[in-house]
Design a protein. Structure first.
Length: 298
């Protein structure tokens, strides 16, 4: 059991409330604040409920904020009394945003003598808590602050992961995950539509997805190794073979009347990679298409 630590949570929406509940369950001394006091009422008797963000920040050396977005967070934190109360403390931002948002907030934190960590949560509120060993939360920014409070962060999920001292790192890693998640979701939904177009029960397709789920981490490990060494040749299917398969998908979408936006986009990406000289490489070579010009010239 970690040493009880004083922790403040600003924002008690669904995710913020889950963070506070997990910290309370782990035995920490939790202070909460929310703009709408009705949400704070649920924590009476279990946490310290304070009337202003400045008072709440002054109550703990570790402060987490989880509101709608960075603009909402900045509106709360920029108040002079709140900024003063945070001086010398550690702030973790759990709100949604991008790397530029993280850099702007880090700059503000540095100006106000606040240790800053940017946090990106890769789960829904019901996945928060020490009893969820596979829950990943990415962190970036002040490495010493992460190391100092890592045992506290374990209360939020079993895999607190520091990705970079460059503060935009957590947001970038989060967007990477979301890119994969939404891409996979789009594929699942299009797959269901394909089945329906030929009067096939989509349940057969979904059952097959579950049976093949182990292939995803295997592919991730393979892609990671090939990208790290910058060599895309292998013994599986070539990119040309994959492009031919995607052409079949696009053709079927057109013939069946199923929306063809997704296969058309895939064909543009993987077709461009093949046409640029990677046709005999494996499909991982398409990372070159996604990279920025700066990355490609490095």
């Amino acid at each position: 059991m970690p040493t009880p630590t004083a922790v403040t949570v600003l924002g008690l929406g669904r995710m913020g409330s889950s963070l506070a509940e997990a910290l309370i369950a782990a035995g920490h001394q939790v202070t909460v604040w929310n703009r709408d006091g009705r949400k704070s009422a649920a924590f009476e008797g279990r946490a310290r409920v304070l009337a202003s963000p400045a008072e709440a920040c002054a109550a703990s050396d570790l402060v987490g904020i989880c509101v709608a977005d960075y603009d909402a967070a900045s509106a709360i934190l920029a108040d002079g009394e709140t900024a003063s109360a945070l001086a010398g403390r550690t702030l973790i931002q759990f709100s949604s945003g991008g790397p530029d948002d993280a850099r702007a907030l880090e700059s503000w934190a540095n100006e106000n003598r606040i240790d800053y960590l940017d946090g990106a949560i890769l789960t829904y509120p019901d996945g928060i808590g020490a009893d969820h060993p596979d829950t990943v939360i990415f962190y970036s920014g002040a490495r010493d602050a992460f190391d100092r409070y890592r045992d506290v962060l374990l209360a939020l999920g079993g895999r607190p992961t520091f990705v970079s001292e460059a503060v935009g790192g957590a947001a970038a890693a989060d967007l990477a995950w979301l890119s994969f998640e939404y891409g996979a979701t789009a594929g699942l939904l299009q797959g269901a539509a394909f089945c329906e177009a030929e009067d096939v029960d989509p349940g057969h397709f979904f059952d097959a997805v579950k049976a093949l789920s182990d292939e995803v981490p295997v592919a991730a490990d393979r892609f990671r190794e090939m990208i790290e060494r910058g060599e895309y040749r292998g013994e599986l299917a070539t990119l040309d073979v994959h492009v031919a398969a995607i052409e079949n998908i696009a053709a079927f979408a057109g013939a069946s009347g199923v929306n063809a936006t997704l296969p058309a986009a895939l064909l543009r990406v993987f077709g461009e990679a093949a046409e640029s000289g990677h046709g005999e490489d494996e499909i991982v070579a398409a990372v070159e298409v996604f990279r920025s010009r700066k990355q490609r010239s490095a």
